[in-house]
Design a binder for this molecule. Structure first.
Ligand code: AMP
Length: 182
């Protein structure tokens, strides 16, 4: 399967780069392709290089303006150029069979939230997972629980989001579907 990964365009923490490398290698070994934002920078570049280095397939989807800012990865299996950030998110969603967020910033959060919202609205039924390294996502999960308790989000918004802490668990959850309710 092809897995879309949302993650930081900044390098972040050492432990996050180690986790991205381990995940990339495990994906390639398991025969899973990577769909991602197409950059060579930050955690994004670390993950793409790990998948490629282990012989895996990587498809990048990059808006033209970011190519002009020279963030594009030149060694990918395929780099698709699109007009806007919105087109990029739609194309990544179309190409992927499953989604996972690693640590990142506002761009990562934007991509994760959109794909969770589309799931809640029934626009897709693909599994969505959080790869939680060193409790990075704990504050986000606390906010999500707070939204559920306050009546602003359905419990399924939380239960359908699978939280994993190892590449093995992630791949197991994604391969079996990972979604507990429609
Ligand atoms: P952030 O977490 O804010 O670093 O944003 C990373 C996410 O947003 C990635 O999954 C990308 O798809 C997208 N993105 C944000 N900034 C960039 C960039 N400079 N180059 C490529 N993709 C980016």
């Amino acid at each position: 399967m092809r897995i879309a990964v949302f993650l930081g365009s900044s390098p972040g923490l050492d432990s996050h780069r180690v986790a991205a490398t381990e995940l990339g290698r495990a994906m390639a070994r398991g025969g899973h392709g990577l769909v991602y934002g197409g950059a060579h920078v930050g955690l994004m570049g670390v993950l793409a290089d790990a998948v490629l280095g282990a012989g895996g397939e990587v498809v990048g989807v990059l808006p033209q303006n970011l190519v002009e800012r020279e963030v594009g990865h030149t060694g990918l299996t395929r780099l698709e150029l699109v007009g806007t950030m919105h087109e990029r998110k739609a194309r990544m969603a179309e190409l992927a069979d499953a989604f996972v967020a690693l640590p990142g910033g506002t761009g990562t959060l934007d991509e994760l939230i959109e794909i969770m919202t589309w799931s809640q609205l029934g626009l897709h039924a693909k599994p969505v997972a959080l790869y939680d390294v060193d409790d990075f996502w704990a504050p986000f999960l606390a906010l999500l629980d707070h939204m559920v308790v306050s009546g602003y989000a359905l419990a399924s918004a939380r239960t359908n989001l699978r939280v994993v802490t190892s590449p093995q668990d992630l791949l197991a959850v994604l391969v079996t579907g990972g979604r507990s309710e429609p």
